[in-house]
Design a protein around this ligand. Structure first.
Ligand code: TXA
Ligand code: MG
Length: 333
């Protein structure tokens, strides 16, 4: 349905190719990016939908492929700190975070340098640019082969669950993009933590793949959340990461006609999916989006009324898990 309306809207349909993360696959992916085509690739957080960040047409095609209603700004992915410094002026306090967590699941928001040659669409015309050095070996190999900045949002259609395996990217974007580099399942499974700066203080714009306590340790205090609405909080839409089924959170006693997402050795139920049987928040984060997708499919197949989710402790990666679950459960606009 989506695919048909998209193709009918006049955009060329692609025979989306799955590429292996070997030399030939990575070289092919880099060639496609150079041509201005879209290539999805694995990062340690979630799969990204990549385009050459310097090519305005390629970046515009990201919004088209995702059915993104507005030009939300995009994260630029680069190989290392030197490449970061070519694109943004990193305040010392953010550089400290980059030194501690890059390469890894961290995105920093900093003023774009003049002459950075990044398409205006990437920042949606704002003066700050979001930048990240991913750790995943195939993302690093692609950045190395492409030898330039890659703009990439998560590789899902707008408002839907971020994909953490290549086959889910195919479901979301097959026919709309040139290729997918299959780097296997994403180890972190949640998007990156986004940190910006406000009045010289670091602010947490999106909880993500870095445990909240690790940030508190690094900065010596808990991070503030933004006051200045000039900085747009990411995932701004309250309903986001939304499965098709209704979701209830903090449920200890699921109804018999609900699919139950459990954490730890929870309540037994006829239809269960476990985030982590041992109550491990890192494992639960890695399984979260895939579990939501499976739960959604299963609940529909079985004709259940919806999905119930057990309470998740609000510490470590649980803070980001609960943020995503609240958005998944929010009333739909
Ligand atoms: O882990 C991740 O961060 C993944 C992988 C692919 O890197 N990417 C990702 O991108 O989650 P996306 O577009 O789904 O979410 C990025 C969020 C968006 O909500 C966007 O509004 C915000 O970051 N963002 C990006 N650039 C920004 C900017 N210049 N100012 C404010 N917010 C920005
Ligand atoms: Mg996203």
């Amino acid at each position: 349905m989506h695919l048909t309306s998209f193709v009918e809207s006049g955009t060329m349909a692609f025979d989306t190719e799955i590429l292996q993360p070997d030399d030939a696959g990575i070289a092919s992916a880099a060639r496609r990016l150079r041509k201005g085509d879209l290539v999805a690739f694995a990062t340690e957080t979630v799969y990204g939908l990549g385009a050459d960040a310097r090519n305005g047409t390629a970046v515009a095609n990201i919004f088209q492929a995702k059915d993104r209603p507005t030009f939300n700004p995009l994260i630029v992915h680069v190989a290392n700190m030197d490449a970061v410094r070519e694109i943004v002026d990193l305040p010392d306090i953010l550089e400290k975070a980059g030194d501690a967590f890059w390469p890894g699941p961290l995105t920093l928001l900093a003023p774009i340098r003049s002459g950075a040659h990044i398409s205006d669409l990437v920042t949606a015309g704002m003066s700050n640019l979001a930048i990240r050095v991913p750790a995943h070996p195939s993302a690093q190999a692609l950045l190395d082969a492409f030898d330039g900045p890659i703009a990439a949002p998560s590789a899902n259609r707008s408002g839907r669950i971020s994909p953490t395996i290549a086959s889910d990217v195919m479901i979301e974007l097959g026919g709309r993009i040139s290729a997918i580099v299959d780097g296997g399942p994403c180890a972190v499974g949640l998007e990156s933590t986004i940190i910006g700066i406000e009045d010289d203080h670091p602010v947490l714009l999106r909880p993500g793949g870095i445990a909240i306590e690790a940030l508190t340790d690094l900065f010596g205090h808990a991070l503030m959340t933004p006051h200045n609405c000039g900085i747009q909080a990411p995932g701004q839409l309250r309903s986001h990461y939304a499965p098709d089924c209704a979701i209830r959170l903090d449920v200890n006693q699921p109804r018999s006609d609900e699919l139950f997402i459990r954490f730890g050795s929870g309540q037994m139920h006829e239809y269960c999916i476990d985030l982590s049987q041992t109550g491990d928040l890192v494992e639960a984060a890695a399984n979260l989006f895939n579990s939501l997708r499976r739960a959604d499919q299963k609940a529909q197949e079985l004709g259940l009324r919806g999905i119930a989710v057990t309470p998740i402790p609000d510490k470590g990666l649980g803070v980001a898990i609960n943020d995503r679950l609240r958005r998944a459960a929010a009333p739909r606009d």
